[in-house]
Design a protein around this ligand. Structure first.
Ligand code: SF4
Ligand code: SF4
Ligand code: SF4
Length: 328
């Protein structure tokens, strides 16, 4: 190999980057923030397999955390319906409380398709976290956003405010059943948490591992330190003429897509198909808009008041139970 100065710099750059991009064998010290690249030039949707590997791996890994609703679910006031995915647990062509990643398909030429693995983007400034009236969502130290199934009331504000409508609701589970089964909430919201328990142990998310085990060096998903992931995406975009999605949308995220097709084209295709999960190129963070900020403050105030009511109700219930126990 002719080691020109240009080649040397390329290799040196890759070495710096590869030190911080993890493979399935990597055990890393859990410091800092992490991010993912989803490379649409490499993902083929595992189309020859009955279920895409990343989807299968996510479902297997998280199955014990999927909702187990009560049998007799009732609509909650003022709605006349509820969202119950428990009879469609096998659905893999959309996001559900039982499926936290799915593969979206679009046709670009008569015979060419693009496969887009969709899951939570893990936004830098997540509006879902800021607007949850119950404080059930949090931005973790590793850059991932997480929903607590112990605190979520299923009001779906996070889905309303999420630019990609990612979290999905299951009725008949969660706190609302214990406190206000008829008048508030409606279940629990579920979504990808970037395999939070694995990250905490210095391990790579399951979907990334599954893709790597199938495609090896041609894998379509990369996980690593945020800075290295951003750097890798920018270098590949520059060197290979690719487009990046997720670095600027919604004021930045921890999930970057790489594509040889402009994202404006992908957006137009998804729009024309009236897909539930869109991929708009221009996405402002809703919290940057003054009227939403005002709403946020109102919701925060409501959340504090509501937390007080829930606290009082719980204390009351505990006291009543204690009194009953004493009588018995
Ligand atoms: S990301 Fe990897 S595992 Fe998932 S569908 Fe694409 S090629 Fe298959
Ligand atoms: S993609 Fe949606 S659910 Fe995920 S962090 Fe961003 S706003 Fe929240
Ligand atoms: S990061 Fe983990 S939870 Fe999220 S889609 Fe991948 S496997 Fe599922």
């Amino acid at each position: 190999m002719n080691l020109t100065r240009r080649n040397f710099l390329k290799i040196a750059g890759a070495a710096t980057v590869s030190g911080k991009i993890f493979s399935h064998e990597t055990a890393y010290a859990t410091t800092g923030r992490y991010a993912t690249i989803i490379d649409l030039t490499r993902c083929d949707g595992c189309k020859e397999e009955p279920i895409s590997r990343c989807v299968k791996a996510c479902r297997n890994y998280n199955k014990d955390r999927f909702p187990k609703p009560i049998k007799d679910i009732k609509p909650y006031w003022p709605h006349k319906f509820y969202e119950d995915w428990s009879k469609k647990r096998d659905a893999i062509s959309t996001l559900t409380p039982y499926n936290w990643i799915f593969i979206q398909r679009i046709q670009i030429k008569r015979k060419k398709e693009i496969f887009i693995p969709r899951r939570c983007m893990h936004c830098d400034n997540p509006p879902c976290v800021s607007l949850c009236p119950f404080g059930a969502l949090s931005k973790e130290q590793y850059g991932n956003t997480v929903i607590s199934d112990k605190l979520c009331f299923g009001g779906a504000k996070c889905r309303d405010v999420c630019p990609w409508h990612i979290p999905q609701r299951q009725a008949g589970v969660g706190l609302y059943l214990k406190i206000m089964p008829k008048y508030a909430g409606g279940g629990v919201m579920y979504k990808c948490d970037l395999c939070k328990d694995r990250i905490a142990e210095g391990k790579v998310p399951m979907c990334v591992i599954a893709c790597e085990e199938r495609l090896n060096d041609n894998k379509a998903m990369f996980f690593g330190e945020r800075q290295a992931i951003y750097k890798m995406a920018e270098e590949r975009a520059r060197n290979e003429g690719l487009y990046i999605y997720g670095d600027k949308q919604n004021s930045g995220t921890s999930t970057l897509y790489l594509s040889a097709i402009p994202f404006g084209f992908i957006e137009a295709q998804l729009k024309s198909k009236k897909e539930k999960f869109q991929m708009a190129e221009q996405i402002q963070n809703p919290l940057d808009e003054p009227h939403n900020l005002a709403k946020y403050f109102l919701i925060s105030a409501f959340a504090s008041a509501f937390a007080g009511i829930v606290g009082a109700l719980c204390t009351g219930k505990k006291k009543a139970n204690g009194d009953e126990d004493k009588k018995a």
